[in-house]
Design a protein around this ligand. Structure first.
Ligand code: IPM
Ligand code: MG
Length: 368
């Protein structure tokens, strides 16, 4: 029987409770579709600091290196940040480090507003058209997140200067553009590339390279949009978008905005992929939302983003397309049956029932 090794890094805040539901759902597909998943749980983030003194303990990294994919929860507890230097905080020392370590340059964030959740979308119904269905492709290992120099200098007299550097090279832009064009070919064949070419050198190069790569994909309609306009167009007419290609920081911002259109950040999964050897692609799968410390441990979090991240893992890293589709269908079934965590609940909706993290996970597992 095919066996896949998974590093399960639940992390902080709501991470552990949504991870538990995702593993439960994945276990059901395992039986039904006939493959084996070997989960190894390991601490990361503040959980790593509490267990081993650092956000990404060596043993956790070793578990990841020894796995076929990483299923990740979320890290970061802002209240505890002041207790350690900024370089050691989980966002930089664990999450960004893992992205870099495994060369996970391609981040896919599929936003889909199910028709029955129209009330959870902040836009008026007429702007939702026939439904919102956008794939944000975000470059994940370049740009301002990683560019050097990155530091805060003392200027004397109580003043400081903070420096972040935005850097992209031609190959970095080209490889993420190829990912986006190939994704568009499998969808509605439209790609909108986001940049700030009216101000940034990076934006000019981004547009040039994406345009050049686009010549190899004549079946995909390419257009370009400045990021400020892109943010506005998402609000005005989200149905115009199929695939949105963004550099790292623009993709961070626009994917949260798009997630709100999809009903809730708690519904947005993501896949972060590195280079593929054609057979198997190492990947990192995580909900796009954060640790939500305010609701952690209260059985309130929406586990759907984590569960759908598990589906993306089956598809992109293991090629288990049927099992992935079964999870996605089960999520749709649970929603159609009226199960709603607080983030997608409206008292005005008839037939809907407010449920907790466990009930939602259970309903999805039962629907497979
Ligand atoms: C995301 C998150 C991270 C990011 C944070 C937690 C560092 O917002 O994955 O979108 O900015 O990339
Ligand atoms: Mg973000």
């Amino acid at each position: 029987m095919k066996t896949f090794k998974i590093a399960a890094l639940a992390g902080d805040g709501i991470g552990p409770e949504v991870m538990r539901e995702a593993i439960q759902v994945l276990r059901v597909t395992e039986k039904k579709f006939g493959f084996r998943l070997e989960f190894t749980e390991a601490p990361v983030g503040w959980a790593g600091i509490d267990a081993a003194g650092i956000a990404l303990p060596d043993e956790t990294l070793a578990v990841c290196k020894n796995s076929d994919a990483i299923l990740f929860g979320s890290v970061g507890l802002p209240d505890r940040d002041p207790t350690i230097p900024k370089e050691e905080r989980p966002e930089r020392a664990a999450l960004l480090r893992l992205r870099k370590e495994f060369g996970l340059f391609a981040n896919l964030r599929p936003v889909k507003l199910p028709k029955v959740l129209a009330h959870a979308c902040p836009l008026a119904r007429e702007r939702q058209g026939d439904g919102i269905d956008i794939l944000v492709v975000r470059e994940l290992t370049g740009g301002m997140y990683f560019g050097q120099p990155k530091k805060t200098e003392d200027l004397g007299g109580g003043n400081q200067r903070a420096i972040d550097t935005m850097v992209y090279t031609t190959p970095e832009i080209a490889r993420i553009a190829h990912v986006a064009f190939r994704a568009a070919q499998l969808r509605r064949k439209k790609l909108t590339s986001i940049d700030k070419a009216n101000v940034l050198e990076n934006g000019i190069l981004w547009r040039e390279v994406v345009t050049r790569v686009g010549k190899q994909y004549p079946d995909v309609a390419l257009d370009h949009m400045f990021v400020d306009n892109g943010a506005m167009q998402l609000m005005l007419k989200p149905t115009q978008f199929d695939v949105m290609l963004c550099e790292n920081m623009f993709g961070d911002i626009l994917s949260d905005e798009a997630a709100a259109l999809g009903g809730s950040l708690g519904m947005l999964p993501s896949a972060s992929l590195g280079a593929t050897n054609g057979k198997q692609t190492f990947g990192f799968y995580e909900p796009a939302g954060g640790t939500a410390p305010d609701i952690a441990g209260k059985n309130l979090a929406n586990p759907i983003a984590q569960i759908l991240s598990g589906a993306l893992m089956l598809r992109h890293s293991f090629g288990l397309n049927d099992a992935a589709a079964a999870i996605e269908a089960a999520v749709a079934t649970a929603i159609a049956a009226g199960h709603r965590t607080g983030d997608i609940f409206s008292p005005a909706e008839t037939g809907a029932r407010k449920v907790g993290t466990r009930e939602m996970g259970g309903a999805i597992a039962a629907a497979i």
